[in-house]
Write a protein that binds this ligand. Structure first.
Ligand code: NAD
Length: 366
């Protein structure tokens, strides 16, 4: 458990993994939003040094590049932002947590249950936080749906529906991936559904399809029906190789409640209606503004400063990953219903010893 910091004193950060996504994070970590948060990016870690140098040059940045994380950790950064692929996640989290840093990794958390359990174990033994950058759940319209559920103003949730449509198009890695939808963008919608309902998934039946004539080798299309712990149904339908107008990247959402309905188009504010009398509009409080940096980074910094757990800490994120893995098991068994396992309850063998742990980096007083 980290101690609270009394001020907005500076926090140093390093970025691990300077591929496509890492480069996309650079402006957020070096721009005015980061400065306002008190976050300073001091170095990057990328084994492909020429790739890192090219990315930094494109962004007009001059930062040290380390090929090994251990060397970057010698400067004792407060935060490690992990933008690598899931197969590097465990090694990076272990090293960074051992060195006393907090870790923010992009999703998905892991590719399998065992790695997720090890990440939970590593985090539980370390004083630093391990958080996952699930961004969709922070979208203002989704927050409005969540707040409506929490308020109970239109009764209890019955059915939550999310539709995601994207035009065909993929880089080579994405195109070759097995379960391109479920291992790709689906996790953001699954995570958002848990956030809206305030409930985890218990079971799923899922069909995945590989239509002809599109660039993905396997299953860019998936249709999943989750039974949630609050009794609601969550229906997800996604296709990332579809002709015609796309949905917002955050999807289109409809929520039926015992006393009304709400919807969000993935961009503007959410809207709601009462069931009676006569399906009248139900005004919602205006949506909150997004921060100038990824909301997960702002959330982690706020959590560090307040001495509390971030919203999408590893154990919470594991419940979203569990939905993905259960949906894949179901799709691979022709849609047979599967239980969604509680990954945090799996036996953990993190390999991270409790001895020799450094204290988590606290903001440095200027
Ligand atoms: N690209 C997207 O739009 C997108 C969207 C959502 C999530 N993601 C997630 O982000 C991950 C990264 O995506 P990407 O497109 O940037 O992949 P990428 O393959 O282009 O980049 C990953 C980078 O990480 C580096 N790396 C690997 N191991 C490392 C280690 N131990 N330490 C430091 N760097 C290491 C690689 O050399 C590579 O440059 C994806 O696997 C996925 O999990 C990507």
């Amino acid at each position: 458990v980290t101690a609270a910091s009394p001020s907005a004193a500076p926090l140093t950060a390093i970025l691990a993994g300077l591929g496509g996504l890492g480069e996309a994070w650079l402006p957020a970590l070096t721009g005015p939003g980061a400065a306002a948060l008190g976050v300073t990016l001091t170095a990057v870690c990328e084994p492909d040094a020429p790739r890192a140098a090219a990315a930094l040059a494109r962004r007009g940045l001059a930062l040290p590049v380390h090929e090994r994380l251990w060397d970057a950790l010698a400067a004792r950064p407060a935060i490690v932002v992990d933008c690598t692929t899931p197969n590097a996640r465990l090694a990076i989290a272990r090293e960074a947590l051992l060195a006393g840093a907090h870790v923010l990794c992009v999703g998905p958390l892991a590719a399998d249950e065992e790695t997720a359990a090890r990440l939970i174990g590593a985090s539980a033994r370390a004083p630093g936080h391990l958080a996952v950058a699930h961004e969709a759940r922070h979208q203002p319209g989704l927050r409005q749906l969540r707040d409506l559920v929490r308020s109970g103003a239109l009764g209890r949730p019955q059915t939550l529906r999310a539709e995601l449509h994207a035009p065909p198009g993929a880089d080579a890695g994405q195109a070759a991936m097995r379960h391109a939808m479920l291992r790709g963008p689906a996790i953001e919608a699954f995570d958002a559904a848990r956030a809206i309902l305030g409930a985890d998934a218990l079971s799923v039946a899922c069909d995945a399809r590989t239509p002809e004539g599109q660039p993905f080798a396997h299953a860019p299309e998936a249709h999943a029906r989750f039974g949630m712990a609050d009794g609601a149904l969550f229906l997800f339908s996604g296709n990332r190789a579809e002709a015609g107008p796309p949905s917002s990247p955050h999807g289109m959402w409809r929520l039926t409640l015992s006393g009304g309905m709400a919807r969000w188009d993935g961009a503007g504010p959410a809207e709601a209606w009462t069931l009676s009398p006569g399906s009248a509009p139900h005004p919602l409080p205006p949506p909150a503004a997004l921060p100038d940096v990824p909301a997960s980074l702002a959330g982690l910094v706020a959590a560090i400063r307040a001495g509390r757990r971030p919203e999408t800490h590893v154990r919470d994120a594991a419940a979203s990953l569990a939905m993905v893995l259960a949906a894949i098991r179901s799709a691979d068994r022709d849609g047979r219903p599967e239980a969604v396992r509680r990954l945090g309850d799996l036996s953990d063998a993190s390999g991270l010893s409790a001895t020799g742990l450094a204290s988590p980096r606290q903001p440095q007083e200027a």
